[in-house]
Design a protein around this ligand. Structure first.
Ligand code: MG
Length: 375
């Protein structure tokens, strides 16, 4: 079975070098470091534990409300290691990824490399090789760079083993790799990144803001298409709206081809498979179900992976009936199911000039594209 991962996000520090500003509450690209880290780690972890101070608790609660993975908030301690200990005791997973929220520019790749290493070898710690000349200013001695690394986070470990090392710890440490080393030897290093800096001084804010602005958003698009046959004795439901017509669409659910196309576009954007995999038509639970319910569940799934819906555009191909009078209601129902504003949803209808199966009113086809953005 795949090992579960809990992210331990540390946000209880006192920001002693920030000149009176709590760095956890600073704004970088319009968001605070806790919110940014919770969003990124929700894509890699099954659960999140945030260690907070009284000052940072409200920010952690706000961030927790934005993701679908379970989030536990614990009080931090006086030292970093006390906060980690509290979080380790609250975490329930095979592996933990301990991360300082001050490193809020951490990338998906850095996180993934560290977690993958922990999965395989029991430890994985983001670090970068020392590049610059290091010199002791008192003696003038140039330190040999060989074997010198800058330790970053996340630092990922087998949870039980790390907890044991923390329990036996006597004295002060600065990171988890040092704790691990006391019992198990050197932790395995994985490639960190020069961008994965720690927000430390007030002057850093401008640098962070600039770097955050330059980063490419994780913007993804997906495509979906669905056709259902028109038949007598069925209701015609499109975009969640019941439309008076002599024929209706045939299918296991309400056969709402428009919503099915949108669901496939959203799942496609997140590379989460397709509608048949998530809501199989062999499952009696979905018999005659409103596709709006399936759309809501799809939105939850997308959200749980740390994405939000940017926009949806869809076209329905139908010879008849005329769909124009129902378009506004469809947009509203779809927007409500997705939890977004109606301005993000575009629905269009086209008639196929009596050509093809849609032109002969044998069926209705819908096509959709969706754009989602990593949050
Ligand atoms: Mg369908």
């Amino acid at each position: 079975m795949k090992k579960t991962v809990a992210a331990i996000l540390l946000a209880a520090g006192s920001s002693s070098r920030m000149g009176g500003v709590n760095k956890m509450l600073a704004e970088i690209g319009g968001r605070d470091p806790i919110d940014i880290c919770v969003g990124v780690f929700s894509r890699h972890a099954d659960s999140i534990v945030i260690a907070v101070s009284d000052a940072t608790r409200p920010a952690a609660e706000r961030a927790a409300a934005n993701v679908c993975v379970p989030v536990i908030i614990v009080g931090g301690g006086a030292r970093r290691q006390d906060s980690v200990m509290n979080a380790l005791l609250a975490a329930d997973a095979d592996l933990v990824a301990v991360h300082d929220c001050a490193r809020c520019l951490v990338s998906d790749e850095v996180i993934k490399r560290a977690i993958d290493s922990a999965r395989e070898f029991g430890s994985g710690v983001a670090a970068v090789k020392m590049r610059d000349t290091v010199r002791r200013i008192d003696t003038g001695e140039t330190v040999d760079r060989e074997g010198l690394y800058l330790m970053q986070t996340p630092q990922c470990f087998d949870r039980e083993k790390l907890l044991e090392a923390y329990r036996r710890l006597d004295g002060d440490v600065t990171d988890d790799a040092a704790v691990w080393q006391t019992l198990y030897g050197s932790a395995r290093l994985t490639e960190g990144s020069m961008e994965n800096q720690k927000l430390t001084e007030r002057e850093d804010l401008e640098f962070f803001e600039r770097l955050a602005g330059k980063r490419t958003m994780d913007m993804r698009i997906g495509i979906g298409e669905d056709t259902h046959r028109l038949t007598e004795g069925r209701k015609l439901v499109l975009g969640g709206v019941e439309i008076p017509f002599r024929l209706g669409l045939l299918g296991h659910s309400d056969a709402d081809a428009l919503i099915h196309a949108i669901i496939d576009a959203l799942l496609g954007a997140a590379a989460l498979g397709d509608i048949g995999g998530h809501f199989p038509d062999s499952d009696p639970a979905y018999k005659d179900i409103s596709s709006l319910v399936l759309l809501e569940r799809t939105a939850e799934l997308i959200d749980s992976r740390g994405y939000s819906v940017s926009n949806v555009d869809a076209t329905v191909t139908a010879q008849e009936p005329k769909l124009k009078p129902y378009i506004e209601e469809m947009r509203k129902k779809i927007a409500d199911a997705l939890g977004v504003g109606v301005e993000k949803i575009s629905i269009k209808a086209t008639t196929p000039e009596h050509l093809g199966p849609e032109g002969r009113s044998e069926g209705i086809t819908a096509r959709a594209v969706a754009c989602i953005i990593g949050v």
